[in-house]
Design a protein around this ligand. Structure first.
Ligand code: AMP
Length: 579
C-alpha cells in the first residue's frame, strides 16, 4: 500500500535533499541496488545474464543501452496481458501513453506506484525551495490540468497519459493540499472529457475563487498561455455567467454542469469587478495579477519547447514571477528546480539521486548523430559529468526501464552539492537536415525569435510555428509555417522570410545555401486557428492537453498534421537572402 502523503515540513524536505545531494554517488549506487533487487526476477535482466547481481560494474557490463524501440516487444507482451515478470519483478498493471508529439506516435510506457511516489518526491522538493522564496498561504491553485480518458489494453491493463495517472491517484489530492496547491476546480472539470469546456470552467472556477488563488499553474506553460488567449475571447461570457449565476450553454457535459452549479451563484459585484479590471488593461498586459490579486507566481514547465511561449506568458504575468517546474518524462522524473528565483531562460534542474539511476552520454561521442546507432557510446555516471559539457540522458527507473536512452540533451551548468544542475537543451534528434546542415529545435526557435522581432513594429506576434523539410523537388528546402495574430504587410513578411533563412547560422546550412544545394527557405503563413486544429487532432489521438507540445518539425510520420497545415496556407514567401 502506498504511504499516505504526510504533513509537509519545508525545512525537513530541504534538509533531506541537501543530505542526499551531498552524497550523490553513494545514493546512486544504493538506488541502483534497490531497483535491481526488487526486479531481480525480471526476464529482461535475466536474459542479459545479470543473475541477481546488483552492483554497478555487473550492471554496466551485462545490460546494454536501450531505446524505446528495443523495449517494444517486451512492452507489447505486457500490454497483451502477459503478467510474468518481464521488465519488473511485480507485474505492471498500468501503462502511460506519452504525448507522442515529437515522434508523431504515442508510446506506451510502464507505470507503477513507485513512479507516483517519485513524482511526489519531486513535487515536494521543488515546492520546499519555492515556498522558501515565495511563501504561499493556504489557498488554491488555478491549475489548468486535464485528465485524459482511461482505457483498457487488449490484455486488460489500464492505460492513460502519465499526467492522468498522477491526477487519478487517490493520494494526489491529499498531496496537493499538503503543498497548499489544491486545484480550485472540481474533479468533474479536470476529467470532463471536453477540452474547451474544461478550460472554460477552469477559468470560471479561478474567477469565483479569485481572492483565494495563490498560484496559476499547469504542467507545461503552453496550457497557461492557451488558457489566457482563450480568456481574451470569452471573458464577457464568463462575467455574464458570474453575474447571472447561470453557466453558459456552451458547457454541455452533464457532470461538469452539475458540479459547476454547486459553485456558481449570482454575484453581480464580482462580475463588475472583473469587467472593470479587464477593460482597464492595455492589450491584456498584466492580466493574471489583475484577475488574481493574491497570486504569488506562475508555475509550469517553461524551458525547452516551452520557451517560445515565455514572451506571451510574461505579458500576461506582468509583475508576477515565472517559475519553471521540474524536469521529467512519462518514463520517470529526473530533476527539480531548486533555484526558483532564476528566470526560466537561465533555469537549471538539480538531479534527485534517489529517484532513479542516471547515466550521461557525452555528446562529443555522438558527433555524427545520423550514425549514432553504429557507435558504441560510453556513458559516465551522475557525479562524473563535467561542467559546460552536453550529454544525452540515460535512465534506469523503478518501472523496469534499464539504461534507457530518453532522447534528451542537457548541459551541465554546475553542481548542487555533488549532484549536477542541468539545463535542458533539446531533444536529441535533429529537426532539420537535408544535406550537411544540422539544425535542432533550439536553432529553429532562435531563427523564429529573430524573424518575429520584425513583426513587433506592426504590433503583431507569431502565435505558433513549426517546420518541415520539403524534399518533393530538387534541391530540397526548409519550410517554416507561422500563425500570426493579425495581418502583416507583404514587405515585412518577405523580410521575415529572409531573416529566417539568414538566422540558421550552422555552417553546413549556409554553405549549402550558397551553392544552392539547399533551396530557398519558404515561409508559409497559415490561417488563424490552424494550430488549434493540430491540437484537436492530437487530442483525438488520445494525447493529454496537459502534456501537449506542438510538433516543431512535421515529418513523414505527421502526414495529417502536414495536410492540416497545407490546407490552411494563406500566403507564402521564398527567401532571397542568398540570391
Ligand atoms: P512526455 O513525452 O509527454 O512524457 O514528455 C517528456 C519530455 O518533455 C521530456 O523528454 C523532455 O523532452 C520534455 N520536458 C519535460 N520536462 C521538461 C523541462 N523541465 N524542460 C524542458 N523540457 C522538458
Amino acid at each position: 500500500m502506498l504511504e499516505r502523503v504526510k504533513e509537509f515540513n519545508m525545512d525537513k524536505v530541504i534538509e533531506e535533499f541537501e543530505l542526499m545531494t551531498k552524497d550523490a554517488e553513494r545514493v546512486q549506487r544504493e538506488t541502483l541496488k534497490r531497483i535491481l533487487e526488487v526486479n531481480a526476477s525480471a526476464e529482461y535482466l535475466q536474459n542479459f545474464g545479470l543473475d541477481g547481481r546488483t552492483d554497478l560494474e555487473s550492471f554496466k557490463s551485462c545490460i546494454p543501452l536501450a531505446t524505446h524501440k528495443d523495449l517494444e516487444p517486451f512492452i507489447n507482451r505486457i500490454l497483451d496481458g502477459d503478467d510474468s515478470p518481464i521488465l519488473t519483478g511485480k507485474p505492471i498493471t498500468t501503462m502511460s501513453l506519452s504525448s507522442g508529439t515529437t515522434q508523431g506516435k504515442p508510446k506506451y510506457i510502464p507505470w507503477n506506484d513507485e513512479l507516483f511516489e517519485t513524482t511526489m518526491q519531486i513535487y515536494r522538493t521543488s515546492f520546499a525551495y519555492r515556498n522558501r522564496e515565495f511563501p504561499i498561504k493556504n489557498g488554491k491553485a488555478l491549475n489548468f490540468i486535464y485528465g485524459s480518458k482511461q482505457f483498457k489494453t487488449k490484455g486488460g491493463l489500464i492505460a492513460t497519459t502519465a499526467t492522468s495517472n498522477v491526477f487519478r491517484n487517490p493520494s494526489y489530492k491529499h498531496a496537493m493540499k499538503a503543498l497548499k496547491s489544491q486545484c480550485c476546480s472540481p474533479d468533474e472539470v479536470i476529467f470532463g472529457g471536453d477540452f474547451f469546456q474544461s478550460l472554460y470552467c477552469h477559468l470560471l472556477c479561478g474567477l469565483i475563487f479569485r481572492e483565494e488563488v495563490q498560484l496559476v499553474c499547469s504542467t507545461f506553460a503552453h496550457s497557461i498561455v492557451h488558457a489566457f488567449r482563450s480568456f481574451e475571447q470569452v471573458w464577457e461570457e464568463l462575467c455574464n455567467d458570474i453575474r447571472e449565476g447561470v453557466l453558459s450553454s456552451r458547457v454541455t457535459v452533464p457532470s461538469i454542469r452539475t458540479a459547476m452549479s454547486k459553485l456558481l451563484k449570482p454575484n453581480p459585484e464580482l462580475a463588475n469587478i472583473i469587467h472593470k479590471r479587464c477593460i482597464g488593461l492595455s492589450n491584456w498586459y498584466g492580466l493574471i495579477p489583475e484577475l488574481f490579486p493574491n497570486a504569488k507566481y506562475i508555475y509550469g514547465i517553461m524551458t525547452g519547447s516551452m520557451e517560445p511561449y515565455l514572451v506571451k506568458l510574461r505579458h500576461y504575468a506582468g509583475v508576477l514571477p515565472l517559475c519553471t517546474a521540474d524536469y521529467g518524462a512519462s518514463e520517470g522524473w529526473i530533476a527539480a528546480n531548486v533555484n526558483p528565483k532564476i528566470p526560466p531562460e537561465l533555469a537549471t534542474y538539480a538531479v534527485l539521486p534517489q529517484i532513479g539511476y542516471f547515466e550521461f552520454i557525452p555528446l562529443t561521442q555522438l558527433e555524427n548523430e545520423n550514425t549514432f546507432l553504429c557507435v558504441n557510446p560510453q556513458p559516465v555516471g551522475l557525479t562524473e559529468v563535467k561542467v559546460g559539457e552536453e550529454y544525452e540522458i540515460v535512465m534506469t527507473t523503478p518501472t523496469g526501464l534499464y539504461r534507457y536512452r530518453l532522447g534528451d540533451v542537457v548541459k551541465v551548468m554546475g553542481f548542487h552539492n555533488s549532484t549536477p544542475e542541468l539545463k535542458f537543451i533539446r531533444r536529441s534528434s535533429l529537426l532539420l537536415n537535408i544535406n550537411i546542415d544540422k539544425n535542432t529545435e533550439k536553432d529553429l526557435q532562435l531563427a523564429v525569435e529573430a524573424a518575429a522581432k520584425l513583426l513587433v513594429e506592426e504590433k503583431l506576434e507569431v502565435v505558433e510555428f513549426t517546420s518541415h523539410v520539403d524534399l518533393s523537388k530538387e534541391p530540397g528546402n526548409y519550410v517554416i509555417f507561422w500563425e500570426i495574430n493579425g495581418e502583416a504587410s507583404e514587405e515585412v513578411l518577405h523580410e521575415c522570410c529572409n531573416c529566417l533563412d539568414k538566422s540558421f547560422v550552422d555552417a553546413g546550412y549556409t554553405s549549402s545555401r550558397k551553392v544552392n544545394a539547399i533551396g530557398a527557405l519558404e515561409l508559409r503563413v497559415v490561417r488563424k486557428g490552424t494550430f488549434q486544429k493540430i491540437l484537436d487532432h492530437y487530442l483525438g489521438l488520445g494525447t493529454a492537453v496537459s502534456q501537449y507540445k506542438t510538433p516543431r518539425c512535421v515529418g513523414p510520420t505527421h502526414n495529417i498534421v502536414l495536410q492540416i497545415l497545407s490546407e490552411n496556407v494563406v500566403k507564402s514567401y521564398h527567401s532571397t537572402a542568398f540570391n
